[in-house]
Design a protein around this ligand. Sequence first.
Ligand SMILES: [Zn+2]
Length: 254
Amino acid sequence: MNQVRAKILFISLVFGAWIGGCQMPEAMDKGSRADMDNDSDPPPILTHDGIDSILGQLDTLTLSELPDEYRRIANLDHVNPSHYRHRSFYVVRPSDRMRLIVGHFRIKDFLPDSSAADVHGDEQNPNFSWPKDSEETYLFIDTKLLHRLLDLILELRKQDYDHQAMTIYYGYRPPAHNHNIQGAKRSQHLYGKALDMWAGDVNRDGQANMDDKMIILNILEKKIFRGTGGIGRYLDDPRAIHFDTRRKKGRWNK
Ligand SMILES: [Zn+2]
């Protein structure tokens, strides 16, 4: 009996040690899985360095290095090269599209093929037709524009408004897309220097209206651009806002 007990004790000790040994990596595995869960809902990007760091992780191509097919479809073959000198297109792979880049905004929000206008299926504003399932697409965007958007987000946060109550309608528009939607011939969107946004319920009063839009316009004017850049106020529309990083001041109300 004693021998049997000793054997059982020995076996359970060995087995216990083996189980314990197995549990260690499992516990660590759980830890790393928890990290992955956090990764799927990462914190917003709230610093200029954070934006620069994401951009720095993307490959870049100059205008002449873009694939011929993309240049043809985007109508980039006969553009004035001076606008593209010393600047690059960011290569956006499918796995990059959902990455956060400014606040709660994702890389896809600045691309012409997934703008809110497209999502809402506006037939007057046909989508830029570079296939979405392509291996990669190209984003031409001004870092300064992304920084100004962050400044707006930070100021909204500071004043206790809902900084997530904004939707990007149009960001970068390649010439073919700009033509499709009858954008201005020299639109700043062509050069990735402009954003069209919709104001949502910024002041959290249960409705998205002119009050919310005026909060954003006032911040843009008084805190962000202060007499520089471009601001489209569109005062006949309760939600639409345009801003851009042009050199000379531009303001318009319609
Ligand atoms: Zn615009």
